[in-house]
Design a protein around this ligand. Structure first.
Ligand code: NAD
Length: 329
């Protein structure tokens, strides 16, 4: 099939090209993202391949339909950026990569926790400048702490297993409880109990109308003072303004995020020579107890292998009129 790949980075191209030797599709790479403004690029393609910050809203979908695009193949698990109702209306199928190395994201959540806690990013810079002082580098033992996990699907479950392995008490909230996790020692609680009792809270649920701004002024007030919040899921789960206030008042002790509400204007790009206009990210960057990575939790060799293979096999299944096991409906 003739596929237009949007938001392409060098690693996307190298992994897709390598796996495409087994599939034989025609891939055309565009660095630009796919949104209403860029839909003219999709003329002549049967399918588009997109990532987390492409904006597939009603207007974009109407243009795709006019250009006779029949399939949207996501290179990710989350699909909050696609208007599924409009896709259905225009008879455009949407497929995703539901699970690719959940450990990649879960391990990145752990990396954020460890770095924030033991301040290895600060120690690295200090020692390189021959500053061997330990002042202000005090952390806490992760062992024995209570970790609250919101969303215990593929990634949340992998994260629970890691934290159990570190000797934490792991509590969780999900609309579907996992018997397997319970048998491993995970204790499901109400959200209010999880907020009040957790030393570390990690978000692993999808972004949808029910979870948008789940972490807001009211929920933050229920957090244990000094708690750590980790978000590797989607930026919109968190009300950034409320987070800034909770950090300013010292109520929130640490924040580690791999995702940010307005990330589509920032993440994945080198903006080091630009003047950033986003006041909220600038405020977040000013806190010594905040660590931000730019949506890299998925970025392991194993995950990129699985993403490329699944994307291409989803497209081949569509082309061959076979059942679309990874279709989002
Ligand atoms: P999943 O579908 O396996 O699990 C999601 C879980 O959230 C499910 O158990 C579901 O029941 C639960 N859930 C749904 N609504 C909920 C609610 N209102 N409250 C609590 N729990 C709720 O998905 P996954 O593969 O574990 O991925 C989770 C999220 O991680 C994705 O939606 C995506 O946004 C994010 N993600 C981020 C990266 C990254 O690089 N940072 C990579 C992959 C996925």
């Amino acid at each position: 099939m003739n596929i237009a790949v949007f938001s392409t980075k060098p690693y996307d191209k190298s992994y897709l090209d390598a796996f495409n030797k087994n599939y034989g599709h025609q891939l055309t790479y565009f660095e630009s993202s796919l949104k209403k403004k860029s839909t003219k690029l999709t003329k002549g393609y049967d399918a588009v391949c997109i990532f987390v910050n492409d904006q597939i809203d009603e207007a974009t979908l109407a243009d795709l339909a006019e250009n006779e695009v029949k399939l949207i193949a996501l290179r990710c698990a989350g699909f909050n950026n696609v208007d599924l109702k409009a896709a259905k209306k225009h008879n455009i199928k949407v497929v995703r990569v539901p699970s690719y190395s959940p450990e990649a994201v879960a391990e990145h959540a752990l990396a954020l926790i460890m770095t924030l806690n033991r301040k290895t990013h600060k120690a690295y810079n200090r020692v390189r400048e021959s500053n061997f002082s330990l002042n202000n580098l005090t952390g806490f033992n992760i062992f024995g702490k209570e970790v609250g996990v919101i969303g215990t699907g593929q990634i949340g479950a992998a994260f629970c297993r890691i934290m159990l392995g570190l000797g934490c008490r792991v509590s969780a909230f999900d609309i579907h409880e996992s018997e397997e996790l319970k048998s491993l020692g995970v204790q499901y609680k109400t959200l209010d109990m999880l907020y009040a009792q957790s030393d570390i809270i990690s978000l692993h649920c999808p972004l949808n109308s029910k979870t948008s701004h789940l972490i807001n002024k009211e929920s933050l007030e229920k957090f244990k003072p000094g708690a750590m919040l980790i978000n590797t899921s989607r930026g919109g789960l968190v009300d950034t303004t409320a987070i800034i206030e909770a950090l300013k008042s010292h109520h929130l002790g640490y924040l580690g995020i791999d995702v940010y509400e307005q990330e589509e204007n920032l993440f994945f790009e080198d903006l080091s020579e630009r003047i950033l206009q986003d006041e909220r990210i600038l405020r977040l960057l000013s806190f010594p107890n905040v660590l931000i990575t730019s949506h890299q939790a998925f970025l392991t060799r194993e995950a990129l292998d699985q993403i490329a293979d699944t994307v291409l096999s989803n497209i081949s299944a569509f082309e061959a009129n076979k059942p679309l096991v990874n279709q989002i409906s």
